[in-house]
Ligand binder design. Structure first.
Ligand SMILES: *Cc1c(COP(=O)(O)O)cnc(C)c1O
Length: 393
């Protein structure tokens, strides 16, 4: 029996639900690539990216997914043999570091946990020990989409400063930009990157990168640079060079509409909405967890991401729950990945997500728990409703 008719909900951490307005913005003929409309579109995206990243730095947009954004970020500031320090808190910084190694960097991972944020004191200690300043970049994710951890980026910045270390500070904001505070300039981030299909609620296919003046200085000396990703080429005033070829027109029109929606709601209001939805999700999970089968991946509430919640499942295959919500209720959750394969599922409350979308998602999980006889504390949805009511009262 399926009761899934109607629009499905993507409650997985990417891709996320694309608003109708964004889809409609893409439904148009292609245009001449040098038309004023396309040139102006690119310019407006690059300017508004500064508002999204909160920077006066240079911004870039690539026809690529997040992995392409990783490569863009690395190749523009590093040289082969450079040492990079990767701050682990799950899967994603590790993946970025693996890419750096593949490109010729000497990747060192500062060990971390899937259950807690990066410890700024450990970062400071490691950087203090690097008296010769061989570490050229510190790489971290703001939100690890696998573990559900949110890292304290300003605290890590402070740790780098306390060690008086000159390494570039590189931050992956794929699962956090457009979901929570991200202050590139205030936190003195040198290279920031994100992608279109999570908090930015657009089609997969665009990566966005921003560079500080220090990153641009490093760029001048970097030998990992390649033609497509190269910032110098893209800083050319000729519009064609901004994309190193034909603009990904439809994706840009979609992203433009998504930016318009974000600015109309207000970037800070968007962050606040995510915080409220996360709190309601936590209330539901806390209630379910009293059944001793489900539990938070991240015990410390302040270290849980406002965009995705990872839930550990003891003694049941997590796919029992995610298969059910998808097939019977039309709700796609994320499965555990990496160390959590089969042992966790993830609820993304990210991007184009409302209280109603969240309650539908949490309701589908609760139906799955009951229908599949997974022990759980009852009343998770009611707890979420109470949390939402308190937040908007
Ligand atoms: C999704 C994600 C990526 C990778 O993005 P793709 O578009 O899948 O290549 C990188 N970092 C984080 C934190 C992510 O959540």
């Amino acid at each position: 029996m399926s009761i899934a008719s109607g629009r499905p909900i993507l409650a997985m951490p990417g891709p996320t639900n694309i608003p109708d307005r964004v889809m409609q913005a893409m439904m148009r003929p292609a245009e001449e690539l040098s038309s004023q409309s396309i040139v102006g579109l690119t310019e407006s995206i690059l300017i508004d990216l500064k508002r999204i990243f909160r920077t006066q730095g240079e911004t870039f947009v690539y026809a690529a997914n997040g992995h392409g954004g990783w490569e863009a970020a690395l190749s523009n500031v590093l040289s082969r043999g450079d040492k990079v320090l990767v701050l682990a808190s799950g899967r994603f910084a590790i993946g970025w570091g693996e890419m750096a190694r593949f490109m010729g960097a000497d990747t060192e991972v500062l060990a971390g946990s899937w259950r807690a944020a990066v410890d700024p004191a450990a970062v400071e200690a490691r950087l203090r020990a690097d008296t010769g300043h061989t570490i050229k970049a510190v790489m971290v994710v703001q939100v690890d989409t696998a573990s559900g951890v949110v890292n304290d980026i300003p605290a890590i910045r402070a740790a780098i400063d306390a060690a008086n270390h000159p390494a570039l500070f590189m931050v992956d904001g794929v699962a956090s930009v457009g979901c929570m505070r991200f202050e590139m300039d205030e936190w003195r981030i040198d290279v920031a990157m994100s992608a279109s299909q999570k908090g930015l609620m657009s089609s997969p296919g665009l990566a966005v990168v921003a560079a500080s003046p220090r990153a641009l200085a490093a760029h001048a000396l970097a030998d990992m640079r390649t033609g497509y990703w190269d910032w110098t080429g893209r800083m050319n005033t000729i519009a064609y060079m901004k994309h190193c070829g034909t603009a990904p027109e439809h994706l840009l029109f979609g992203l433009r509409a998504a930016f318009d929606m974000i600015f109309e709601e207000g970037l800070e209001a968007v962050w606040q909405r995510h915080a409220i939805l996360a709190r309601a999700t936590h209330a539901a999970v806390e209630t379910w967890a009293t059944g001793q089968v489900l539990g938070f991946s991240v015990p410390e509430p302040a270290q849980r991401s406002p965009s995705v919640t990872t839930i550990l499942v003891e003694g049941f295959n997590a796919a029992t729950i995610t298969d059910f919500t998808r097939d019977v209720c039309g709700v796609s959750l994320g499965l555990g990945i990496g160390d959590y394969t089969g042992k966790a599922f993830r609820i993304a409350h990210m991007g184009h997500f409302s209280a109603a979308t969240l309650l539908g998602t949490l309701g589908a999980v609760e139906i799955a728990l009951q229908a599949k006889s997974v022990p759980h504390g009852s009343g998770g949805v009611a707890a979420a409703v109470a949390a939402l009511s308190a937040a908007v009262a």
